[in-house]
Write a protein that binds this ligand. Structure first.
Ligand code: AMP
Length: 418
């Protein structure tokens, strides 16, 4: 092949059949499961006003400071391709005055300017659910269980769940100061970014991947040790609800997740098969986010799951549903119009049909049928046209027989049945 003039942008992917179909299968499995738990789909824009993310995800978060695709449109508006789902969903729920409580799910593309590697892309798919207006710790547990249920149904058996609590408005300010003091004492171990984080929001130091910063937080006090009585009770109830459901989970006292809006429960799903990017998904509670957007005090909790990593971790990606296609073949120019009419008739009956109008020779049409991975060919020649019959060839067995026009649909359906 000569050198191509264009290639896809770094960090993006093409999904060609059958991979595109496998991906849609995973999305369909997600939609089905989300609906089983009472969630309904919300579709929001792929770009939002930049403030939607800065105000919610947090000015100090890596997603906002380093990874956003932000731009000015032609009218000088500050816009950003969405790097995550929750802020847009909350914004839309308020703007559309949805009745609370409400359970919403989403499926779609997200954008982050990170360094591409296995399981990390600049455009990636996420599926997620958000429960708005539900405060019970049983909801946190149900959402954690929901994600695990999704992975289990896809056959991902090496998935583990880590859970933590990062406190609330009552206990966090004092903890933040304790943490700041502790990290300040070790500030020679912190990277330049973390020195800024120390001032803005020292919890973000837990997200840092730099080895010396990781060591610093190893020795620092954890949010879990500083929960108020209400947060402690909430957390105990989440954990005992998970245990009651038989979901194995591990405590990770340093799991704060990279976004500023979380309070109390945070959780993450990990898979050993993914290498460095081992997080399949994660989420948490965000009881102040709706208020931050100008809404009434409304608790919230949600989870986001990465599609690419889910596909990588699934042992056998779910097979796409067997696709069937009838290829209509015309022998001479005189039957070309009849071939098109037959294809239309089949489509009216819900049978996928295709015609190669370009091929000059029958052999070329058979080649096209092969490339399209057709199930069968329906051949129309002068004899067939005269007798009002068709020759039906099963491409799996090579068997060919004449079929009367009035029973053709039935005969094709019989070949499509598997
Ligand atoms: P986060 O809320 O950042 O933890 O993202 C939730 C999930 O989305 C992660 O666990 C990943 O599975 C997926 N994800 C996040 N960023 C990327 C990316 N750049 N490329 C692929 N998947 C991603």
């Amino acid at each position: 092949m000569s050198e191509l003039k264009q290639s896809r942008p770094k960090g993006t992917q093409d999904f060609v059949p059958p991979d595109s179909e496998r991906r849609r299968q995973v999305e369909a499995a997600f939609r089905h499961l989300a609906a089983c738990y009472g969630y309904r789909e919300i579709i929001t824009p792929t770009f939002e006003h930049t403030a939607v993310f800065v105000k919610s995800s947090g000015e100090g978060s890596d997603v906002v400071t380093k990874e956003m695709y932000s731009f000015k449109d032609r009218a000088e508006r500050d816009l950003t391709l969405r790097p995550e789902g929750t802020p847009g969903v909350v914004r839309a729920a308020l703007e559309n005055r949805l009745r609370l409580p409400c359970r919403l799910y989403y499926v779609g593309p997200f954008f982050r300017y990170g360094r591409p590697q296995k399981g990390r892309f600049r455009e990636f798919g996420q599926v997620g659910v958000e429960a708005l207006g539900e405060a019970s710790p049983l909801v946190d547990a149900e959402i954690i269980y929901f994600g695990a249920d999704f992975f289990r149904r896809l056959g991902i058996s090496d998935c583990t769940v880590q859970v933590n609590s990062i406190g609330c408005r009552t206990c966090r300010p004092a903890y933040r100061e304790t943490l700041r003091k502790s990290l300040f004492d070790q500030k020679e171990r912190l990277c330049a970014d973390c020195l800024v984080r120390l001032e803005r929001n020292p919890l973000r130091v837990f997200d840092c991947k730099v080895e010396t910063c990781r060591q610093a937080v190893q020795d620092a006090p954890t949010p879990r040790q500083h929960l108020c009585a209400d947060c402690e009770r909430h957390h105990e109830q989440v954990l005992s609800a998970l245990t009651r459901r038989g979901l194995r989970h591990a405590a990770n006292d340093r799991l704060v997740r990279g976004l500023d809006y979380y309070n109390r429960t945070t959780f993450e799903y990990l898979s050993t098969s993914l290498g460095a990017q081992d997080s399949l998904g994660g989420g948490g509670r965000y009881d102040y986010l709706v208020e931050d957007f100008g809404g009434p005090p409304t608790p919230g909790v949600g989870v986001a799951i990465g599609l690419e990593r889910t596909l990588l971790a699934a042992p056998v990606a779910p097979a796409p549903a067997r696709r069937h296609l009838a290829f209509v073949i015309w022998l001479t120019e005189a039957e070309r119009a009849a071939a098109q009419e037959l294809a239309d008739r089949l489509r009216t009956d819900g049978i996928a049909a295709q015609v190669d109008y370009d091929a000059r020779k029958v052999k070329g049409q058979f080649r096209s049928a092969d490339a399209a991975e057709a199930t069968c060919c329906i051949i129309i020649g002068p004899d067939e046209l005269a007798k009002s019959v068709y020759s039906l060839k099963d491409l799996a067995t090579g068997e060919q027989r004449e079929v009367a026009s009035d029973v053709l649909v039935e005969a094709v359906r019989a070949l499509f049945r598997d």
